[in-house]
Design a protein. Structure first.
Length: 330
């Protein structure tokens, strides 16, 4: 078919109009690589994050992030993200002590049991990241009404392995390269610690959180427990479980269940300190192998029993080396 000049001109104008409509239509901004500032001349770029509660479109380069949960906060700080709102940790009005100075002045907008939605809204976030077990459908919906909300981890999982948890956090925050670097740094620190520690596969350990009511052994699925396993230690049956959290509280009469080579014990408060000191005078305590061989070490609760995340892992390994007076290459 032949076209005259007028027909060609009309066709060209029509195609141009269609292209212009296509560029402006749809209401969606193409996802940008993590860390990309997006379209500087128009709407900010976004990316989609799939998580246990759905798929959420979030800013590719968020400026105001609320972070809820210990491991999410740990990764955010490790990745150089300064949150505008955080949650407090178990038993405290703020974050874990090892990280507190790095988020000094950041408003606390809830704890690990309850979220203050009004306080979250006041921070004017453009993204909210929460540890998966903290949210149910109702809380997720309420937070999503404030800002795009995503979760990390699987709330139904029996154990969160430290490597997978860091990689997952990197994916959710859009910082996969940071996650890879952090995993490598921790693995290197484990390797160098093992080189000076030596073979300890025949030595059993237990982590004890001592409250005013007495001792509770922590399961080896805790992050510190996983790291101790990678250093080569083994566990008594009472805590030798692929799970996080803690085992049953023990009476003094049951302390023989933690009669192992090394006991690492932390206390929760002054009342717990008093309870532990009283227990140390009892035969049930003084007859333990670790006590008789001077292998009981008092440790920090935040690093040994309460804190997941890459910064906590590195701080734990440093503290472990200090406890045993090991010189680990940097």
């Amino acid at each position: 078919m032949m076209f005259g000049k007028t027909a060609w001109r009309s066709l060209a104008l029509g195609v141009a109009a269609m292209l212009a409509l296509s560029a402006c239509g749809g209401g969606e901004t193409a996802a940008a690589p993590a860390g990309d500032g997006g379209d500087k001349g128009g709407a900010a770029a976004t990316r989609e994050v799939t998580h246990t509660l759905g798929t959420t479109k979030v800013p590719a380069d968020p400026k105001r992030v609320v972070v809820l949960g210990d491991q999410t906060l740990d990764f955010a700080v490790a990745a150089g993200i300064k949150p505008v709102g955080i949650s407090s940790t178990r038993g405290l009005s703020g974050p874990n002590p090892y990280i507190a100075d790095q988020v000094a002045g950041v408003p606390v907008v809830g704890n690990l049991r309850e979220i203050n939605y009004e306080a979250v809204a006041k921070t004017e976030p453009d993204m909210i990241v929460a540890v998966g077990w903290l949210l149910d459908d109702a809380s997720y919906k309420q937070l999503s009404g404030i800002a795009p909300t995503v979760t990390t981890g699987d709330p139904k999982a029996e154990i969160e392995r430290w490597r997978e948890d860091i990689v997952e956090s990197g994916r959710v925050f859009g910082k996969p390269d940071v996650a890879t670097r952090l995993v490598g740094e921790i693995e290197d620190k484990i390797k160098k610690t093992k080189e000076v520690l030596g073979d300890v596969k025949d030595e059993k350990v237990v982590l004890i959180r001592w409250a005013d009511s007495g001792p509770t052994p922590m399961l080896r699925g805790m992050q510190a427990g996983q790291l101790l396993s990678e250093l080569g230690y083994s566990w008594p049956s009472i805590v030798d479980k692929e799970a996080g959290g803690h085992g049953p509280a023990l009476s003094l009469e049951r302390l023989d269940e933690i009669d192992v080579d090394h006991i690492f014990v932390s206390t929760l408060n002054p009342a717990a300190d008093k309870s532990l000191e009283e227990a140390k005078t009892q035969p049930a305590w003084t007859s333990l192998k670790a006590v008789k061989e001077n292998r009981v070490k008092t440790v920090r609760n935040d690093l040994w029993n309460n804190s997941p995340g890459p910064l906590a892992a590195k701080a734990f390994l440093d503290d472990f080396a200090a406890q045993f007076k090991l010189t680990v290459a940097q």
